[in-house]
Write a protein that binds this ligand. Structure first.
Ligand code: SF4
Length: 60
């Protein structure tokens, strides 16, 4: 699966980094999350996508 994230919409809540720490990390300077791994077959990335409060994660 391809993982992407619209950082302009991200509010930096950290939910995705808790659910899928191997794919997402908080960028403290920017105050947003960023994608660590753009390719993953781990089901946690789908959970992160559906759990993001502003729906800015895309997994396809
Ligand atoms: S769950 Fe969504 S809003 Fe929260 S840090 Fe991750 S991408 Fe940003």
């Amino acid at each position: 699966m391809k993982v992407s994230l619209d950082r302009s919409a991200c509010i930096g809540c950290g939910v995705c980094t808790q659910i899928s720490p191997e794919c997402f990390v908080l960028d403290e300077n920017a105050g947003t999350a960023k994608v660590l791994r753009e390719e993953s077959d781990d089901p946690s990335v789908k959970e992160a996508e559906s759990s993001c409060p502003v729906s800015c994660i895309r997994v396809e």
